[in-house]
Design a protein around this ligand. Structure first.
Ligand code: NAD
Length: 292
């Protein structure tokens, strides 16, 4: 829609009437997205959301087997042409560069990057080894830098702008017990997003963050030792944790991968054309944030 100088109700009523008569175009038709961590919970839910809106998606993940399963399932639903997959470790400069080169060959470029590949780890600081600290920094902080850098290079070469969505964490803003490495790495993702928003704006590159609260269902992070460690930290089990997270939300609801996918869709699409450097918390209204 053209920008209006002043609010004009007649104009908007007419526009609304036109929209109601038209079949809604798929809002990401013709767009290409790279989703890291695409084999897993939030990544695959986001890829499915983008595909439903007409985008082509390349899924990138370190887990070749899970990646193949997810890519095949999505291709069966949305067509083989719309889905590509690449085995990629986000900590490897060579692998990341090669994946973007493949994207350029397969689809001629990229419009959207979802940086989502990640892990979670928990340990009291005095038991946090340098290796564990480094692993968090490598995958979360450096991994997000490497994929963003390649996306920026391609966006600039294309001269068509672009959208970057970081799946960070509410733990990047709020401290969580026994998770200093994870929280610090997530905080760096959020600050990286702000820096990149500043750098990319002139070229039409938007960078925004989705901050999920705990997403227990559908996430493989919550099937590993993170679950046991969190359960031990809070003295409960998986059901108890889910209830704890639900109860601390104002809406008293659990956050699901689809909820994060919806936010990642909004931030990637033109609906958020005038948002950059922003954080969208998807936490069902975390009570703690209201009492700080
Ligand atoms: P998930 O384990 O289901 O998905 C993460 C994916 O990242 C996996 O498929 C994994 O193989 C992949 N991955 C891990 N290391 C990689 C590497 N080095 N290179 C490439 N791929 C790699 O977990 P999820 O819950 O869907 O997590 C997605 C993102 O959301 C992560 O960044 C996570 O930190 C963040 N997050 C999750 C929660 C939650 O409670 N689930 C909450 C806040 C933030």
């Amino acid at each position: 829609l053209p920008e209006q100088e002043a609010f004009d109700i007649e104009y908007w009523l007419l526009e609304e009437a036109k929209l109601q008569r038209m079949p809604r175009p798929r809002s990401l038709a013709g767009r290409v997205a790279l989703v890291t961590g695409g084999a897993g919970g939030i990544g695959s839910a986001t890829a499915a959301r983008y595909l439903a809106e007409g985008a082509c998606v390349m899924l990138a993940d370190i887990d070749a087997e899970a990646l193949a399963g997810t890519a095949e399932a999505l291709a069966a639903r949305h067509g083989a042409d719309a889905v590509r997959r690449v085995v990629m470790n986000v900590t490897s400069e060579e692998a990341v560069t090669a994946a973007f080169a493949e994207l350029a060959v397969e689809y001629g470029g990229v419009d959207i990057l979802v940086s989502n590949a990640g892990i979670a780890s928990s340990a009291p600081v005095e038991e946090t080894s340098l290796a564990l600290w480094q692993k968090n920094m490598d995958i979360l902080s450096t991994g997000y830098f490497l994929v963003s850098r390649e996306a920026f290079r391609l966006f600039r070469a294309q001269e068509m702008g672009g959208s970057v969505v970081f799946v960070a964490s509410k733990n990047g803003l709020a401290a969580s017990p026994n998770a200093s490495a994870y929280c610090t790495a997530k905080a760096s993702e959020i600050h990286l997003a702000r820096c990149l928003a500043l750098e990319g704006a002139e070229a039409g590159i938007r960078v925004n963050v989705v901050n999920p609260d705990a997403v227990l269902r559908g996430s493989r992070i919550w099937q590993g030792e993170w679950l046991d460690q969190r359960a031990a930290t809070y003295g409960t089990d998986k059901e108890g944790l889910e209830e704890m997270y639900r109860n601390r939300s104002l809406l008293k609801r659990s956050v699901l991968p689809e909820d994060i996918a919806e936010a990642a869709y909004f931030l990637a699409s033109d609906a958020s054309a005038k948002s950059t450097g922003n954080i969208l918390n998807v936490d069902a209204g975390n009570k703690e944030a209201f009492t700080r």
